[in-house]
Design a protein around this ligand. Structure first.
Ligand SMILES: [Cu+2]
Length: 146
C-alpha cells in the first residue's frame, strides 16, 4: 500500500512537470510569433518622396498597441522618429535630443520641420521606459525636402 502511494506520487510529479514544461514552451512560442508579426511603418511616406517642411508623418504599427510612456506594459510602446541616424539597438534607451524625437504621449502623427535636402527618417518603437524594441520594430524611409 505504501509502495503504491509512492509510485502514484512519482507519477503525479512526472505528469505535473511535463505539463508545466509544455505550458512554458507554449507561452514562449506565442510570444515569439507576436514579435515576428509585429512591425512599424510610415503610413504616408515612401522612399524617394519629395516633400515640403514641416513634413507630415503618420506612424503605423501592427501587432502592438500605442500607449503613453510611463510604465512597461507588454505588447505596448510609443513611437520615436530618428532623423539621419540609426535604429535603436534592442533594449537600449532611445536618446532624447534634436535627432531622436519621442512621442511619449502616444501620438500617431506629427509635423516635423526639416532643412531642405535628402533625409533619412527612422520610425522606432520602444517600450514605456523608452527601451528600443530593436531593428525589427523600426522602419526607414529616405526622402528629399524641397
Ligand atoms: Cu520614448
Amino acid at each position: 500500500m505504501i509502495m503504491k502511494n509512492i509510485v502514484l506520487a512519482v507519477l503525479c510529479a512526472a505528469v505535473l512537470a511535463a505539463c508545466g514544461g509544455s505550458k512554458t514552451e507554449g507561452t514562449s512560442e506565442v510570444k515569439d510569433s507576436v514579435v515576428a508579426t509585429s512591425k512599424v511603418f510610415f503610413q504616408n511616406l515612401h522612399d524617394g518622396d519629395t516633400v515640403t517642411s514641416p513634413v507630415h508623418i503618420v506612424f503605423g504599427v501592427e501587432g502592438m498597441t500605442v500607449q503613453p510612456a510611463g510604465e512597461i506594459v507588454e505588447g505596448t510602446g510609443h513611437h520615436h522618429v530618428i532623423v539621419d541616424g540609426t535604429f535603436g539597438e534592442k533594449d537600449q534607451v532611445v536618446p532624447a535630443d534634436s535627432t531622436h524625437i519621442h512621442f511619449g504621449k502616444g501620438q500617431t502623427e506629427t509635423d516635423l520641420p526639416l532643412k531642405p535636402g535628402p533625409h533619412s527618417l527612422i520610425l522606432q518603437f520602444a517600450n514605456g521606459i523608452h527601451q528600443s524594441y530593436g531593428q525589427d520594430m523600426s522602419a526607414e524611409v529616405n526622402i528629399v525636402v524641397k
